[in-house]
Design a binder for this molecule. Structure first.
Ligand code: SF4
Ligand code: SF4
Length: 351
C-alpha cells in the first residue's frame, strides 16, 4: 500500500485518460438524487454528494439481465435450446463509491462466489471491477457504519481509497488493480508523509457518527425463540411491503428468473427481487410459506441480523449505509429492530 497525492487540477485529466481502458461508473445527479451510472466519455463523476439513493451494486449485479435466449421455432435446428448470450466483461472502474458500498460488494460476494457455487456473471464482472472509493468527510445522520463492521474511511476493501483534503486528494493505493488504474491516469506524486493527515481526517469523520446499531448479543440468541418473538407483529404493523428497503440496499442479493417470450423468440431474464413481496415465496401449488407481511418483514431482519450472523460468523449482513432508514415510507428503522432482537429475552418482551 502507498499514499499518493492527486491535485484537483489533475483529477479531470487523469479521469479522462481512463476512458480508453475502462468503462467508468460514478455518482451523477438524477433529479433530486444522486445515483451511480455509466459515465459518457469526458463526463466527470459528481463527487459532491453524500450518498446515492440506490446502491452501486448494479455495477456488478444489474437490476435486470438476460441470461439466455432461445427460439421455439421448430424449423430451427437449435430450437428449445438455451444459449448463453455474450456479455461485456471488459475492465470497469467505479469512481467515488463510498467505503461502505465497497464493503457491501465483498459481503454479497459470499453469496455469489463460494466453494459451493460460483455465479459466472457475478464472478467475471467482479473480477473486471476496480473500485476507487471516496471517504466520507461528513457522514449522514442516518449512517451507522462504524457499528456495522465498516467506517467512513474503511480501507479494507477498495482498490484505491481517496480522501478529499480540500485542494487535493490523497489516495491510498492498496492493490495491483489500484496501481494499474492510477498508473493509467498518470497519478504518481508520492505523499507518504501525508498519510497521518488522512488518518486524522478519518478519525474526525468517525467522531461525527453518533448513530449506532446494537449487535453484540445477536449470535447468542436462540434462533427459534427470536423467530417466535411477539414483537414481529408490532414491527411489521405499518409496513406496506413496498420493497423499497431491499431494492436500494447494497447487501440484498435476492433475484427472480423469468422467461419472456415474443412470438417464437424467448429470453431468460434475471431480475432483482424482494423478500418483501408475497409472490417471492409463492409455490406453484399455491402454498406460501411466508403468507403474510409479518412473516416477510421478519425474514428480512432475521436474514440480515441472525441467519447471516450464524452462518458466516462475520458480523451482520448490513453495512450501515442508512438508505433503508432514510427511504422507508413508514419509517421502519433497522437500528430499532436490531435493538429489539439484541435485547430479546424469552418471556420478557418489552416495546
Ligand atoms: S421500505 Fe418500509 S414499508 Fe417498504 S417494504 Fe421495506 S420496511 Fe416495509
Ligand atoms: S439494511 Fe439498510 S442500512 Fe443496512 S446495508 Fe441495507 S440499506 Fe444499508
Amino acid at each position: 500500500m502507498r499514499v499518493i497525492k492527486i491535485d484537483k487540477k489533475d483529477w479531470e485529466s487523469g479521469v479522462g485518460k481512463l476512458f480508453g481502458d475502462y468503462s467508468l461508473f460514478g455518482p451523477v445527479k438524477q433529479g433530486a438524487f444522486h445515483n451511480f451510472a455509466p459515465l459518457e466519455k469526458g463526463q466527470m463523476p459528481d463527487l459532491d454528494y453524500v450518498n446515492t439513493r440506490l446502491s452501486p451494486k448494479s455495477v456488478v449485479y444489474p437490476q435486470c439481465e438476460t441470461m439466455f435466449e432461445y427460439t421455439l421455432d421448430e424449423t430451427q435446428p437449435d430450437h428449445h435450446v438455451n444459449k448463453e448470450i455474450a456479455k461485456d466483461y471488459s475492465p470497469r472502474a467505479v469512481l467515488g463509491i463510498r467505503p461502505c458500498d465497497v464493503k457491501a460488494i465483498d459481503l454479497v460476494n459470499i453469496n455469489f462466489d463460494n466453494p459451493q457455487y460460483q455465479d459466472p456473471w457475478w464472478v467475471q464482472r467482479r473480477d473486471a471491477l476496480t473500485t476507487v472509493a471516496l471517504g466520507c468527510n461528513n457522514p449522514c445522520a442516518t449512517c451507522f457504519c462504524t457499528t456495522a463492521g465498516t467506517g467512513p474511511f474503511d480501507d479494507s476493501c477498495a482498490d484505491v481509497l481517496l480522501a478529499d483534503m480540500g485542494d487535493h486528494y490523497l489516495a491510498k493505493v492498496r492493490t495491483e488493480k489500484g496501481e494499474a488504474l492510477v498508473g493509467k491516469a498518470g497519478w504518481s506524486q508520492d505523499a507518504a508523509g501525508e498519510a497521518g493527515a488522512m488518518d486524522d481526517l478519518a478519525k474526525q469523520a468517525e467522531s461525527k457518527i453518533s448513530s449506532k446499531i446494537e449487535t453484540g448479543k445477536l449470535a447468542s440468541k436462540v434462533t427459534t425463540e427470536l423467530y417466535d418473538a411477539d414483537f414481529w407483529e408490532d414491527v411489521a404493523f405499518s409496513c406496506i411491503n413496498c420493497g423499497t428497503c431491499t431494492y436500494l440496499c447494497p447487501t440484498c442479493w435476492c433475484f427472480d428468473i423469468q422467461d419472456e417470450v415474443q412470438g417464437k423468440d424467448g429470453c431468460r431474464m434475471r431480475n432483482w427481487d424482494t423478500c418483501m413481496s408475497g409472490l417471492f415465496t409463492l409455490h406453484g401449488t399455491g402454498h406460501n410459506p411466508r403468507p403474510n407481511k409479518t412473516a416477510r418483514v421478519r425474514q428480512r431482519f432475521m436474514h440480515k441480523l441472525k441467519y447471516y450472523v450464524d452462518k458466516y460468523g462475520d458480523g451482520i449482513g448490513c453495512v450501515g449505509c442508512g438508505r433503508c432508514v432514510q427511504q422507508c415510507p413508514v419509517n421502519i428503522d433497522i437500528r430499532r429492530v436490531c435493538e429489539l432482537m439484541n435485547r430479546f429475552e424469552p418471556g420478557k418482551e418489552c416495546a
